[in-house]
Design a protein around this ligand. Structure first.
Ligand code: FE2
Length: 364
């Protein structure tokens, strides 16, 4: 086996550029049960932006907004709406990660740099990926502060109970027409990932909409990036709708894992998160397709949770509606019981449910 030139320990954080970081942080605390972790802004000496960092188990989200009219963050937000800017990867050597990937053709986002404070030092570097999205490599073995140098601990009185979300299972990118293979090659050649599974438009199309998808993963499997491109259908597909509203390629959904999806989804629903609904008829036939499962089918039906099986086991999953004003970024909640796939058996029912939402938005 070839040596992995880009060993990755896991997802370090996901940073969103948003219109109002303070209110976004409140939403993710209140609705998703994230805990306050760190803060940077005027009080820490920044003049142009503010960032709130939230955590739930291994998931770290950063919400950043601009404090001034003419800034990269402000422009990004105007152009794309609230969306994912940074998918940060936790590595042992951020300098080597940058060197290896840029030597293989990655465009640099920023060169390796070392930042220090009283908690130690962090080395980071960055490369560009699809659209305006970037990967930042974070080397934090010599750091024990709350998040990164420049951030202070954020410990407000307002706290909410968690919802059982544990780690980022996968993050999906929507790329433009005929660009899937270009980005599959990017993850393969520039980052040394391999392909997990593929779906063609016959696997995942409905009467109206179609897409194609390939899944790229790193050597230890902790990073999984499915890449979607739109495929020709009778009407505008969900990937096209995303591209139209986001303005370019970008992150479509973040899948967060739980050990108890009934608890997690029950909590999220109570706190106002809206999920896609498949028709009740889905539950009449699902057990014929997936066989025996541990959960009560009626409990799954009540919450709208979907089931799929592959050779290694089964999985439970559900998708939120977009959580931004534009129909762009959404979340998947997933519980894996052996299955390593992504719920292909549910795509048809799901896409039909997305189409109903598109009809409401007048975008189908
Ligand atoms: Fe997914």
């Amino acid at each position: 086996m070839k040596e992995d030139f880009l060993p990755i320990n896991g997802t370090d954080y996901v940073e969103f550029y948003v219109g109002n970081a303070k209110q976004a942080a409140y939403y993710y605390q209140t609705a998703f049960g994230f805990q306050p972790l760190a803060y940077a802004g005027l009080e820490t000496g920044l003049k142009d932006r503010t960032s709130y960092v939230l955590v739930q188990d291994k998931i770290r989200f950063v919400f950043t907004s601009s404090l001034v009219p003419d800034s990269e963050i402000g422009r990004h937000q105007t152009q794309h709406g609230d969306g994912v800017k940074v998918v940060a990867l936790w590595v042992d050597d951020a300098r080597k990660s940058w060197k290896e990937t840029t030597a293989r053709g990655a465009k640099s986002y920023f060169e390796p740099k070392t930042e220090k404070d009283e908690h130690g030092e962090v080395v980071s570097s960055g490369i560009c990926t699809y659209g305006e999205t970037v990967h930042v490599f974070i080397e934090r073995k010599n750091y024990n502060g709350p998040f990164l140098p420049g951030y202070i601990a954020w410990n407000p009185d307002y706290k909410t109970p968690g919802t059982g979300l544990k780690y980022v299972d996968h993050m999906v990118g929507n790329v433009g027409w005929n660009e899937m293979n270009k980005w599959v090659d990017f993850y393969g050649q520039v980052m040394g990932f391999t392909q997990l599974a593929s779906f063609d438009d016959k696997d995942i199309s409905t009467e109206y909409t179609a897409l194609m998808s390939k899944v790229m993963t790193n050597s230890n499997g902790r990073i999984k990036f499915p890449i979607n491109e739109p495929a020709e259908g009778k009407k505008r597909s969900q990937v096209e709708e995303y591209l139209d509203f986001y303005g370019c390629s970008g992150v479509q959904h973040v899948a967060m894992a739980t050990d108890d999806i009934l608890f997690t989804v029950g909590e999220l629903r109570k706190r106002g998160i809206e999920f896609l609904r498949v028709p009740d008829a889905y539950y009449d036939s699902v057990l014929n397709r997936v066989g025996k499962i541990d959960e009560e089918i009626l409990a799954l039906k009540k919450l709208g949770i979907l089931v799929d099986r592959d050779d290694e086991g089964y999985l439970l999953q559900i998708f939120t509606k977009p959580v931004e004003d534009r129909p762009t970024v959404f979340y998947e909640i997933i519980q894996r019981k052996g299955a390593k796939s992504f719920g292909k058996g549910n795509f048809k029912a799901l896409f039909e449910s997305i189409e109903l939402e598109q009809v409401k938005r007048g975008t189908l």
